[in-house]
Design a protein. Sequence first.
Length: 298
Amino acid sequence: MKNFNTPQSLFQRARLLFLVALMVVVAGCSTIRFTYNHGDTLLYWWLNAYLDLDSDQSDWVKKDIDNLFQWHRTTQLRDYAGLLTKMQRQMGDGNVTQDELLSDYRDIKARTELLAFKALPQLADLAMSIKPDQIGQMEQKFAKNNDKFRREFMSGSVEDQHKARFKKAMDQLNLWFGGFNHDQEAQLRRASDARPLDNEIWLQERMLRQKKIVSLLRRVHDQKLNKEQTMSAVHDTLREFFDRMDAPDRKAFFDAYVDNTSKFILTAIKLTTPDQKAHAQKRMQGWINDFNALAQGK
């Protein structure tokens, strides 16, 4: 029911699979069944864009992705349907609280971590197979993505940056609720602008993760780490990524961002009309049905 807009990185590719499955929650996708049924291909293409996998890597990486999807489909999707059902009930009650929204956020985070650590063996195999030229290509891709981030979120005045962030949020809220009138948008804009705005911090965090990923891959290659050692190194890197929001140098910013983002979402829910709430209920039911159908292999 929300999008906290935290940037992603390559070694969070397991999170991408989760987002393909729960895209209705974090990105407002209206074609979840179609997207998920093609998710293995989408995930492979995304990964290949960073690494330009060779023919040998391509074969077993596709199999690893397929196996991960099979596990995910059979063990996780009914749980996602349950999570959406809880959100639907919160919406129907009309008395959703900020604490409930923060609990939803923690639920999503926990499921993301579960998937990431489930993929540890596959991530380790991938890390052990990557060659120096592929690491170089990844660095170029990271740099290109960072330039795009600067153009989209760091150009222009502070007002321009607030507008860009608000537009992205409204695109998602409009999918949920079917559109807002002028007065509603004005209230939402004030709630959106109350969120801390420091895109330099987000960029620094992106670049920090990227640096750690490259360092990890070079260490695996140069020291010729075995499977067990590589899994341990990947585990520690993922753990560091997930715990980053509690790092002393960032905790105050991230806590304020999550707190004010949940207030922004709560504002959207509270000011919606019965028709807008009914629109969201109907959309959520469609997604719940999709998750249950996907879990049955449909």
